[in-house]
Design a protein around this ligand. Structure first.
Ligand SMILES: *[C@@H]1O[C@H](CO)[C@@H](O)[C@H](O)[C@H]1NC(C)=O
Ligand SMILES: *[C@@H]1O[C@H](CO)[C@@H](O)[C@H](O)[C@H]1NC(C)=O
Ligand SMILES: *[C@@H]1O[C@H](CO)[C@@H](O)[C@H](O)[C@H]1NC(C)=O
Ligand SMILES: *[C@@H]1O[C@H](CO)[C@@H](O)[C@H](O)[C@H]1NC(C)=O
Ligand SMILES: *[C@@H]1O[C@H](CO)[C@@H](O)[C@H](O)[C@H]1NC(C)=O
Ligand SMILES: *[C@@H]1O[C@H](CO)[C@@H](O)[C@H](O)[C@H]1NC(C)=O
Length: 518
């Protein structure tokens, strides 16, 4: 039992990342959901958004104040739901209490010694506010769940490989002694012995395959002559641990922090970062994983960093500047885009290919994206990148030479990530050739096609959708103040993965009332 490999399998399953497979996916759009007020605290309000597509409504938190006050209101409103999500995730991933306790120690150590260091004070205040707000509402069971969730959300797709690199790095620097003491004092000595035995961190099984199939994500931005009125549309899929129970507490948060810009994040109760979102300035952010050998937690936890960018940027240049002034952690692809500059900026959207200490910046139609894969046996070359004007899109692999050199596995033309990259290219090509301007339905269609449907053979088919990994699928049309948000729904054979279900239209107008600095 005292085996780190169980812990690693668990972490593997927990990692925030994304998968997609599936004629046109059978998604629905609910353009008329009902917003109801549930609770109020000072100037913050909790709502539910009810839709015919979902048994339990989506929580919508509209939070105003200093970061501490925002955190406080969130803890006051949703501490119980946050813990319920966290615990149900851990229980699905780790059936035994002992390993759960060891995982929590590991997460606390990673937070305390690494990830908490480069997070800005505002977010530390917000986290403190969350804990205090929970207590203020009479809920005292949270322990360190909020920071532990930040650490879990910071790990990319293949934790075996990434944690091995992290721990090697950290033990080499000799600053893990406190964690060692914790483990010994708590009878976890076998765990530590196993951590140090890197054999167990092997990222491949004996037959050379990955122990757990990669989880994937995807994101895109499209604008200009490809779209109706030239508006920008964005989309993002999160393909993660399915059916974990967290979809009971779905959450869209509107943050209005004093002194910075309002921004929205789509996620679940207990997750304070942004896995995707948009700001009152039309700044869109997203993530999809890729696994690099160059990883560290000496950086800005990515989900908090995406919020930081939404809070402070009002242009694509400002967003890129903030990215450059902060440090990367894991190997990830990200996207930043500026909807308001769809017709004015030469390149209003960028894919960022990242690893520890290095980012490659890709605007639309970037020549650097065009590279040829050479089959080492036959010498045959395959074009891997198809950059096009007025659209940027990424799945789970990089195009930059340095990024590719450090990727844990170099992409082959037949890899899942390449197949999905081509689905994007084919979709944009289809609309261009058919002379159809992309509008809301088309943008949702593209998002939905890319979502993981557990049908690797056909990404256009939802027949296996009950078992698909896609748990959040979101499309944004900021110029019309709208976003369309789908979550996984139901259980067992009655379950529907997000991209095969209902996209709920969220009107941003009542939330982004001002587009000034708060
Ligand atoms: C709530 O409002 C009161 C009265 O304005 C203020 O004193 C208090 O600091 C606020 N608390 C939080 C956590 O927002
Ligand atoms: C980025 O990391 C370097 C060390 O690698 C550090 O000196 C710098 O302060 C970090 N930047 C921020 C904004 O934390
Ligand atoms: C290289 O080409 C051979 C022959 O077509 C094929 O069997 C093999 O799968 C290719 N290898 C890769 C890595 O694409
Ligand atoms: C990262 O990219 C490589 C190359 O395409 C791929 O093999 C690997 O699975 C990707 N990682 C994830 C987590 O998808
Ligand atoms: C969705 O995309 C597929 C494939 O590109 C296409 O066949 C279908 O007509 C599209 N549906 C809509 C509503 O655009
Ligand atoms: C959300 O908060 C903002 C900022 O305090 C406020 O202007 C807006 O009216 C609120 N919207 C709703 C629906 O509560």
């Amino acid at each position: 039992m005292k085996n780190i490999s169980i812990l690693l399998i668990a972490i593997n399953v927990l990692v925030l990342s994304c998968i997609v497979y599936g004629e046109t996916p059978s998604f629905k759009v609910d353009s008329n959901p009902t917003l109801n007020m549930v609770k109020q605290y000072n100037s913050s309000t909790l709502y539910t958004l009810s839709s015919s597509g979902y048994q339990d409504p989506i929580f919508v938190a509209n939070l105003t104040g200093t970061h501490y006050e925002i955190g406080y209101a969130m803890g006051y409103f949703l501490a119980e739901e946050a813990l319920e999500n966290f615990e149900s995730l851990l229980k699905v991933a780790i059936p035994y209490g002992f390993e759960r306790d060891a995982l929590k120690l590991f997460l606390d150590w990673q937070w305390k010694d690494y990830l908490s260091k480069q997070i800005t004070q505002n977010y530390l205040d917000e986290i403190q506010g969350f804990y205090d707000g929970a207590k203020g509402a009479g809920f005292d069971k949270l322990e360190n769940a909020i920071t532990q969730a930040v650490v879990i959300s910071s790990l990319p797709g293949d934790p075996n490989q990434n944690i091995e690199a992290l721990i090697k790095n950290e033990f080499l620097k000799g600053d893990a002694s406190e964690f060692k003491q914790y483990l010994v004092a708590n009878g976890y000595d076998e765990v530590i012995a196993t951590i140090l035995n890197t054999e167990l961190f092997k990222s491949t099984t004996a037959d050379g395959s990955k122990p757990i199939k990669g989880m994937q994500c995807s994101h895109f931005s499209v604008w200009g002559s490809r779209t109706n009125s030239g508006d920008m549309y964005n989309g993002r899929n999160l393909d993660w641990l399915q059916n974990s129970g967290i979809a009971k507490n779905k959450l869209i948060t509107f943050y209005h922090p004093k002194g910075s810009y309002s921004h929205a994040a789509i996620g679940f109760a207990g997750l304070i970062g942004a896995i995707t979102g948009i700001s009152s300035q039309g700044i869109f952010v997203a993530e999809s994983d890729n696994d690099s050998n160059k990883v560290t937690f000496d950086g800005f936890a990515w989900s908090m960093r995406l919020r930081y960018i939404m809070e402070h940027a009002n242009s694509i240049d400002a967003a890129l500047g903030l990215w450059k002034a902060t440090n990367n952690t894991m190997g990830m692809n990200h996207m930043v885009a500026s909807s308001n500059e769809a017709t004015t900026a030469p390149h209003p959207a960028y894919a960022l290919e990242t690893m520890a200490g290095y980012t490659a910046y890709f605007p639309d139609n970037s020549p650097a994206e065009q590279y040829l894969y050479t089959n080492t046996t036959t010498g045959a070359a395959t074009q891997m990148g198809y950059p096009i004007p007025e659209a940027v899109f990424r799945t789970n692999h990089g195009y930059d030479t340095v990024i590719r050199a450090n990727q844990w596995i170099d992409p082959k033309p037949t890899d899942d990530s390449m197949i999905r990259y081509m689905l994007f290219h084919d979709a944009f090509n289809y609309y261009e050739t058919a002379q159809i301007e992309i509008s809301e339905l088309e943008a949702i269609n593209i998002t939905s096609i890319l979502g993981a449907k557990n049908n690797e053979a056909n990404f256009y088919d939802c027949s296996q959708g009950w078992n698909g990994y896609n748990i959040i699928s979101a499309t944004y049309h900021f110029a019309a103040n709208k976003m369309f948000v789908a979550y996984e729904e139901g259980a067992g054979q009655n379950r529907v993965c997000a991209c095969c279900g209902t996209y709920v239209q969220v009107d941003l107008t009542p939330f982004f009332v001002s587009n000034q600095i708060n």
